[in-house]
Ligand binder design. Structure first.
Ligand code: HAH
Length: 338
């Protein structure tokens, strides 16, 4: 079976199988591009890139008057030179944000005007630098609370600015690059009560003519979650607002909770469940091809993924379509067979 598929595959990469549907992307670090076999692997399978970390606020803007452009420039340069798209990630988030953003020289929290001015400057500088080369931006990441009794997350952005920071972030990004596709990005987007809060937020922004064009479903899923039904109903609900949908950070954890202990191997049972889950996911993405404008994986292969340290530090995970030797897993063949 695998032999037949291999023969038909004829040097095609993942992106080639999906070329009539949507771009297939991956989150990388600039170091991946310095190794020629890794960069060849990236070019074979993917036609869109996201910086896993180097475009986030703290790494790219560590001090008020200093930017660290090196890593971001390298990714954009590689993408431009090789005909890959770039998704920017991310302009306004409660994590990996530099402390200086929220404090004055005396160590006191700044007021709303100062914080919004700093956010505006940051967004103009970053989006402006890559104008025309980064086609989409995750403008606001994870602003909705995970608590059922709370609407927005109680972050410093929210504490200082109230709800307004969200609308301002989108307006600043649109000023800086009117052609960029602007995303609200979040996780647990299929959970009905979080989904309904996100819908409410987006509806409010759209009603106020805020330039938000799309939603990113991060897609940090597991072999058991989400169900086909919840995924479909989330996609439909967001799409009913007239916005596009992307899967921005896809991986399928082999663990279903934090209590499962670490193990030495990818088990046959995990492999089977993961194959089924990936099949269901891509089958659903293909069904909604009219609204899904991209699918991006969060890391290249099981060799190294953020899930090796999250939510349990040091618990090796196997969430991607390529194994530790960068070889396609069984799930890969299921995803490209349709
Ligand atoms: C994502 N958060 C972030 O968007 C991405 O920037 C990061 O590299 C990895 C995952 C997912 C997440 C989290 O950070 C905390 C709790 C749940 C999910």
């Amino acid at each position: 079976m695998a032999v037949t598929v291999n023969a038909q595959d004829a040097g095609k990469g993942l992106k080639d199988h999906y070329k009539n549907l949507f771009p297939v992307g991956v989150a990388i670090t600039p170091r991946h591009l310095q190794d020629s076999s890794t960069s060849a692997f990236i070019r074979k399978h993917f036609n869109s890139l996201t910086a896993e970390n180097v475009m986030k606020m703290e790494p790219i803007h560590p001090e008020e008057d200093r930017y660290n452009w090196g890593g971001a420039d390298a990714i954009v340069h590689f993408a431009t030179g090789n005909g890959l798209k770039v998704r920017g990630h991310t302009l306004c988030w409660h994590k990996q944000a530099p402390k200086w953003m929220f404090y004055d020289a005396a160590g006191q929290l700044v007021g709303k005007d100062t914080l919004l001015n700093r956010l505006r400057k940051h967004i103009h500088d970053v989006v402006g630098r890559y104008k025309g080369r980064i086609y989409a931006w995750d403008v606001v990441n994870e602003a909705i609370s995970d608590r059922q009794d709370e609407f927005l997350r109680n972050s410093l952005w929210y504490q200082i600015c109230g709800e307004d920071f969200i609308e301002h972030a989108f307006r600043y990004a649109h000023e800086a690059d009117p052609d960029a596709v602007l995303f609200y990005n979040d996780y647990n987007t299929e959970n009905p009560w979080k989904r309904d809060k996100i819908y409410r937020l987006l509806k409010k922004l759209l009603d106020a003519n805020v330039p938000v064009h799309a939603i990113g479903l991060q897609g940090h899923w597991s072999v058991k979650d989400p169900s086909r039904e919840l995924l479909a109903s989330a996609i439909e609900k967001y799409a009913s607002l007239g916005i596009k949908v992307q899967i921005t950070e896809l991986d399928v954890s082999v663990f279903t909770d934090d209590k499962i202990p670490e193990q030495r191997h990818f088990t046959a049972e995990q492999e089977r469940l993961q194959e089924q889950q990936y099949m269901m996911l891509f089958d659903t993405f293909r069904k909604y091809r009219q609204v899904i404008t991209g699918v991006t994986f969060w890391n290249l292969s099981d060799r190294s993924t953020w899930l090796d340290n999250f939510p349990v530090r040091g618990r090796k995970n196997y969430p991607l379509l390529f194994d530790e030797k960068l070889q396609p897993k069984k799930a890969y063949w299921k995803v490209v067979e349709f």
